[in-house]
Design a protein around this ligand. Structure first.
Ligand SMILES: Nc1nc2c(ncn2[C@@H]2O[C@H](COP(=O)(O)OP(=O)(O)OP(=O)(O)O)[C@@H](O)[C@H]2O)c(=O)[nH]1
Ligand SMILES: [Mg+2]
Length: 235
């Protein structure tokens, strides 16, 4: 896969804060909260506005307890359970995210379907990994800053996805629990070494909630930018 784009080179990163984005973001909000979309639902725009929707499948992986379910919930604007409840199968979450492209100013709705499979169940049942791999567009490898073993396990996680070849798949690494800096188990030096070895970008994710969209916008924009870049450079 081609190296990722420089941040902000493809999508307008702070568009959710501008006035002209309001009519689009209104479609994914309800009473200041994010709207939940089922499999057959989508944002309804006025008939005269022609906004295309592009669909992607994104799989979350990482050791049990790193925060896959919490990340999917946070990106969808849902409450995150404070307790760890092991995910006992595959759960999917749909996130719609409107984006303005740099240059052309074209607006697109990204429909991101997150696949979250509990790590213990994934190890137990062989049919789950192929189901996750089928038609995947992006893989988010998670580790927790508060759990060194989850960081050491990343190479196993990545090699699990080496077959069939996945050069065309976007790969990003997410460090969760960055807010628990008192318990930080992974040094910046380790992150730098990892990036040099694997050539994958590492994003940091804090657990706490900011004001609605501002906490998730950088993550979602980074993800859609990498997906769009892949589509534009794919032969
Ligand atoms: N402080 C903090 N807690 C987090 C963060 N992300 C997740 N957690 C907590 O970590 C625990 C485990 O998170 P889950 O999302 O359930 O873990 P999981 O990766 O889905 O685990 P499995 O389903 O067993 O594979 C939960 O209690 C979350 O509230 C974070 O960024 N910061
Ligand atoms: Mg889970």
């Amino acid at each position: 896969m081609a190296p990722g784009p420089p941040p902000g080179s493809i999508v307008v990163m702070d568009w959710h804060q501008s006035k002209d984005s309001k009519e689009y973001f209104k479609k994914i909000m309800h009473k200041e909260q994010r709207k939940l979309f089922g499999l057959l639902e989508s944002p309804v725009m006025a008939p005269h506005s022609s906004v295309d929707t592009v669909h992607y499948k994104i799989v979350l992986c990482g050791k049990s307890g790193v925060g896959k379910t919490a990340l999917a919930a946070r990106l969808a604007g849902l409450k995150v359970p404070t307790m760890h409840y092991e995910t006992t199968g595959i759960e999917t979450t749909i996130v719609y995210w409107p984006v303005k492209l740099q240059g052309s100013g074209r607006v697109l709705f990204f429909c991101l379907q997150f696949w979250d499979c509990g790590d213990n169940v994934l190890r137990r049942f062989d049919h789950l990994l192929p189901a996750c791999k089928e038609g995947v567009d992006a893989i988010l490898f998670l580790f927790s800053f508060a759990d060194r073993t989850s960081f050491d396990d990343l190479s196993n996680q990545i090699s699990q996805w080496a077959e069939p070849p996945t050069e065309h798949v976007v790969k990003l690494v997410f460090g969760t629990k960055f807010d628990l800096f008192m318990h930080c188990d992974v040094a910046e030096r380790d992150i730098r070494n990892f990036q040099e070895t694997w050539g994958l970008p590492v994003l940091r994710f804090r657990g706490e909630v900011a004001d609605g969209l501002s906490d998730v916008a950088p993550v979602l924009n980074c993800l859609v930018e990498n997906l769009w870049h892949r589509d534009c450079t794919r032969i």
